[in-house]
Design a protein around this ligand. Structure first.
Ligand code: ZN
Length: 244
């Protein structure tokens, strides 16, 4: 099966549409690792588009839960809180209904899917190889796909003592996963945080276990102007320009 792997769309419809156009004809199913909403200007449109994608498996993220009032929004910083409150004010009943039905952890063959980490599926950030090391015992498949940090990276378990190495994404060639134990982050569609403003996603062939990292520039000025028109925090609009 050819899978489009996306995460952290964050209501950035222009980025999502650009990713879908870039990947067109190259996937039969879609795995979405959560945070469909929060930060960006088009939560209803993004949810409506995602839920119709073919072969969709969609996880819930922490921002989705916050918009549903299922978690205390005081754990977020001021700008994120403002964006969550704005999102709550514009979300349609069908958007809330869809988000409320999303699972936190899904198994797909050799792949465990979560938003944050296999240890804490909604909340934990796998920010370095030490946190990754603690998470390898928390899933039993060869591979675990995560989002949440908005940073594309592969963590690889090596040797018998549980050591973990990290690999930066290689955009020049696909990577064969080869049954290694890996935690893989595709990066963020709607708010990249690796100093590269281009939308990030991945293509995965589950028959051959080949992973391909992709970046695609999108019209971020269009998203920024929609955010300013909605009076979302300026810092959230500005950060799209530098990818952090
Ligand atoms: Zn996110």
């Amino acid at each position: 099966m050819r899978v489009l792997v996306i995460s952290d769309i964050h209501a950035n419809l222009v980025a999502l549409e650009t990713v879908l156009a870039d990947a067109v004809g190259r996937y039969d199913a879609v795995w979405c690792l959560g945070d469909l909403v929060g930060y960006g200007p088009n939560p209803n449109e993004c949810v409506a588009l995602v839920r119709e994608l073919p072969g969709l498996v969609c996880l819930v993220g922490n921002h989705d839960k916050a918009v549903l009032s299922e978690i205390d929004i005081n754990v977020f910083n001021g700008d994120a809180r403002a964006a969550i409150a704005w999102t709550q004010s514009v979300c349609a009943p069908e958007t809330f209904g869809y988000l409320a039905g999303l699972p936190a952890r899904v198994l797909q063959g050799d792949y465990t899917l979560v938003h944050g980490s296999p240890r804490q599926p909604v909340w934990e950030y796998i920010l370095d190889r030490f946190i990754a090391m603690e998470n390898f015992p928390m899933f039993s498949t060869p591979y675990c796909l995560v989002g949440h940090t908005h940073m594309p990276v592969i963590y690889k378990q090596v040797g018998l003592n549980g050591d973990v190495r990290d690999e930066a994404p290689d955009y020049s060639a696909p990577r064969a996963l080869r049954g290694e134990r890996l935690i893989i982050n595709p990066g963020s569609v709607g708010q990249p945080r690796d100093n590269n403003p281009d939308a990030a996603y991945a293509l995965l062939d589950t028959a051959s276990d080949i992973w391909e990292y992709r970046r695609v520039p999108y019209d971020l000025f269009a998203t920024q102007s929609r955010m300013r028109a909605a009076q979302l925090p300026e810092r959230l609009a500005a950060r799209l320009g530098y990818g952090w």
